[in-house]
Design a protein around this ligand. Structure first.
Ligand SMILES: Cc1cc2nc3c(=O)[nH]c(=O)nc-3n(C[C@H](O)[C@H](O)[C@H](O)COP(=O)(O)OP(=O)(O)OC[C@H]3O[C@@H](n4cnc5c(N)ncnc54)[C@H](O)[C@@H]3O)c2cc1C
Length: 488
């Protein structure tokens, strides 16, 4: 049966779902409030510099291959993928950095150099992570989160302990060197919670990191968005930018259309990839499933303060991706999760895409992206942004042994207020809802509305969770549920 379907938002999950729904034969119209597509993965261009405004780490290439493969395509039909070598480096002090190479064998050598027996212990840790990866990414995360029974398989039954232990505990049981511990805990930060609050089963992220590697799509992550927009267009999706959805219309408990830029439009079904909380505010109160108190109690993944900086000369002693973990993680994490506030001494991350990609900056110049993870719902002012820029630049200069402030041509910032204004993000979250034990799979907000027939949700606040690969998976799962409900 062919239906007319409206999709709200153009993040990876919405774009993916739109492609699957069009392939299934439905008439799909996508509405994005901003001027360009891609959701949090928009692009900033200025004076010959090009920045990804959101995601910069391309992990789990197999998930992208699987997505494009579902349409008999390959990622390389749309963009060129470069494997980063080294993958990244992590600063722990002045001129003191650990570099993570592009293969497990080389990374094992680094671990051995920092802890006796480190290579063998890492191999064992990654073997287990690979096993989890095969269970999770090849199977579990593609389930719709309807029932706890989805998680119970002969393979997961053997791993129950890993759902009740945490990444922090498992990593510390294996490694003593605090720098190696920090490196092994880093990948789960993508899931939005503290390692001490993330089930050990999520060590599959370590396999993604060391086993599969870190990639950069030529011209940035935005080229993935462009590829998906091209695919959606080819499949017949109508994509509309600058279209603010103001209401979801419900008649007799059934979604019947949208109000977009003041105009009412009829549809048979509605899918929203906008932030879940925001989507429910588009409904009359009685049709909302989750109360304000419910959202208030969730553990949100962090927000971020971001800077996009054009430098007039190359920056030394950094890799394409460089992490600055020279201050205590626990103190910063407490400011994100326990007592939401600006951290006195923040950890931060810097990316220099022009180290790999000639198109990211004019010749002889450098593009820099700086990111400080922050709590959601805290104050955001120009003064705070400036103070924190100064703080991290001073540390950056001292840690990397160079002065760079004088080389800044321009800088632009993006923080909580922008996440709220640009994406209708709940409390300014950057990465959605964290993957804690109590917010995993069937314990997350549902893909299908319990109160409105024909209304569905996708994206980083629902199943399976934050990140670009999960967003692609979310779009696939929800489109399957929609198609099923249409044909049942
Ligand atoms: C700074 C940052 C860095 C990140 N780094 C990484 C990384 O390195 N690797 C990684 O894998 N992931 C990363 N992530 C996470 C990843 O980008 C997200 O999980 C993913 O892009 C979310 O996609 P989504 O489909 O949930 O929707 P979103 O990208 O949130 O898109 C939702 C869209 O809905 C639109 N919308 C909202 N309200 C309306 C309305 N009323 N009408 C019309 N449209 C509306 C919004 O404008 C937006 O375009 C990062 C995220 C951020 C913010």
């Amino acid at each position: 049966m062919t239906k007319s379907i409206a999709v709200i938002g153009s993040g990876f999950s919405s774009l993916a779902a739109a492609c699957y729904l069009a392939k299934a034969g439905h008439t799909v119209t996508l509405f994005e409030k901003n001027k360009t597509f891609g959701g949090r993965a928009r692009q900033l261009k200025r004076d010959g510099f090009v920045f990804d405004m959101g995601p910069t780490w391309y992990w789990m290439p197999d998930v992208f291959e699987r997505f494009f493969g579902d349409f008999d395509k390959k990622p390389e039909d749309f963009y060129e993928l470069i494997k980063l070598s080294p993958a990244y480096s992590v600063y722990f002090g002045q001129n003191q950095a650990i570099t993570i190479a592009d293969s497990l064998e080389k990374i094992k050598e680094t671990f051995e150099a920092h802890e006796v027996g480190g290579a063998a212990k890492l191999q064992k840790f990654i073997d287990r992570a690979l096993n989890n990866y095969n269970i999770a990414i090849k199977d579990l995360v593609y389930r719709p989160g309807i029932s706890p029974l989805e998680l119970i398989t002969p393979k997961t039954a053997l791993k129950v302990g890993q759902f009740f232990s945490t990444i922090a505990r498992d990593v510390r049981a294996a490694f003593k060197n605090p720098h190696l511990v920090a490196i092994l805990e880093f990948p789960v930060l993508f899931l939005g919670a503290k390692p001490s609050n993330t089930p050990a089963f999520y060590s599959f992220m370590n396999y993604a990191d060391f086993g599969l590697g870190t990639f950069h799509p030529k011209n940035g992550m935005y080229s993935v968005v462009q590829g998906m927009v091209a695919l959606a267009t080819e499949l017949g999706v109508t994509l509309k930018a600058d279209q603010n959805v103001e209401a979801i219309q419900v008649t007799d408990g059934k979604a019947t259309g949208l109000v977009v830029n003041g105009q009412s439009q009829s549809f048979d079904q509605v899918l929203s990839g906008a932030d879940y909380h925001h989507t429910e505010t588009l409904l009359p109160t009685k049709y909302r499933q989750y109360s304000e108190a419910y959202w208030e109690k969730r553990t949100f993944a962090p927000s971020s303060l971001l800077f996009y900086v054009g430098f007039d000369q190359p920056i030394n002693n950094v890799e394409h991706h460089t992490l600055f973990f020279d201050v205590p993680f626990e103190k910063h994490a407490a400011c994100i999760y326990d007592k939401p506030s600006w951290p006195e001494e923040p950890l931060f991350y810097a990316s220099f895409p022009s180290k790999t990609d000639d198109n990211a900056a004019p010749k002889g110049k450098e593009a820099g992206i700086f990111l400080i993870p922050l709590a959601v719902g805290i104050e955001d002012t120009d003064e705070l942004r400036e103070a924190y820029f100064d703080k991290i630049m001073t540390r950056f200069e001292s840690l990397t042994g160079q002065s760079v402030k004088k080389n800044i041509i321009f800088k632009e910032s993006f923080c909580l207020n922008d996440f709220i204004n640009d994406y209708n993000s709940y409390k300014g979250n950057a990465y959605g809802l964290a993957n804690t034990l109590m917010q995993t799979a069937f314990l997350r907000p549902k893909l299908k509305s319990k109160k409105v027939v024909g209304l569905f949700f996708t994206g980083q606040l629902t199943v399976p969770g934050p990140g670009v690969p999960p967003a692609l998976i979310s779009g696939k799962i929800v489109s399957g549920l929609m198609d099923q409900s249409i044909n049942s």
